[in-house]
Design a protein around this ligand. Structure first.
Ligand code: HXC
Length: 259
């Protein structure tokens, strides 16, 4: 499929990279862009050679939010009844392989929400995160009020959602919104390095780890621990578990076959 608002490439034969590419609008997320992003993610997820994906933007903006111009005239019926604003944001949640957000510059509103939908965020030192929807007379609409407090706690989430202020990369790292902060010119190298490491592991174990960590955010501790235990047990039915443990015992590198 030919894309107009994103660029897609494969690095190291196993990492799918999606670059949001609407520079004139600071990667504002309109329907076409979100549809293309969903298609690209699903295609990489279905590709057996791909072990991990990275979503990134430009140096100035990961994404400055949903497209305000496109939304400005929507009625309630348009927003609720249409197949846009948030409906086409759901694709990323169905992706089973890991997705890393490599964030440089602005990640605001829907841009911050998109980054938080990814499995973890690596930030450049110029990154700025925020949920400024309150300034537009609305609130976050793609999980911001739910994922932000889970990531940074109630106090900071309330502060950001109610004042609309931005936080810089240092504050985001202190608050545990991002997993690493690196100089802006090292962002893709760092993200790619992480993605290559992940892609070298058993895809079965990687998907199970992702699914299980996500459970920590979605249910009770008891349910999560039980879910994790069952997945852990289930992985003993795979060749990759035999291979991984045998390789360790025999002091040799593991050769995973995703089976
Ligand atoms: C549409 C946007 C945009 C957006 C920037 N642009 N953000 N267009 N939607 N979210 C456009 C500007 O209109 C401008 O176009 C160009 O990008 C450059 O932006 P400037 O404002 O000139 O740049 P700068 O002065 O550097 O300021 C950067 C900024 C500011 C601080 C990021 O653009 C800004 O505040 N943007 C809006 C951020 C925001 O409110 N996001 C939340 C959106 S609501 P022209 O044509 O004039 O050059 C949301 C809800 C999500 O995300 C709900 C889930 C679906």
């Amino acid at each position: 499929m030919a894309y107009e608002m994103i660029e897609v490439r494969v690095e190291a034969e196993k990492v799918g990279i999606i670059t949001l590419n609407r520079p004139k609008a600071l990667n504002a997320l309109n329907d076409q862009l979100m549809n293309e992003l969903g298609e690209a993610l699903k295609a990489f997820d279905a590709d057996k050679n791909i072990g991990c994906m990275i979503i990134t933007g430009s140096e100035k903006a990961f994404a400055a939010g949903a497209d305000i111009g496109a939304m400005a005239k929507y009625s309630f019926a348009d927003a609720y009844g249409g197949d846009y604003i948030t409906r086409n944001w759901e694709a990323i949640r169905s992706i089973r392989k890991p997705v890393i957000a490599a964030v440089s510059g602005y990640a605001l509103g829907g841009g911050c929400e998109l980054a938080m939908m990814c499995d973890f965020i690596i930030a450049a030192d110029n990154a700025r995160f925020g949920q400024p929807e309150i300034k537009l007379g609305v609130i976050p609409g793609a999980g911001g009020t739910q994922r932000l407090p889970r990531a940074v706690g109630k106090a900071k989430a309330m502060d950001l959602a109610l004042t609309g202020r931005m936080m810089n990369a240092d504050e985001a790292e202190r608050a545990s919104l991002v997993s690493r902060v690196v100089p802006v010119d090292k962002l893709m190298e760092e993200a790619l390095g992480a993605a290559i490491i992940i892609s070298g592991f058993s895809q079965l174990a990687v998907m199970a780890a992702k699914e299980s960590v996500n459970r920590a955010f979605e249910g009770s501790l008891n349910d999560g621990v039980m879910f994790e235990r069952r997945l852990f047990h289930a992985l003993f039915a795979t060749n990759d578990q035999k291979e991984g443990m045998d390789a360790f015992v025999n002091k040799r590198p593991a050769q995973f076959s995703n089976s």
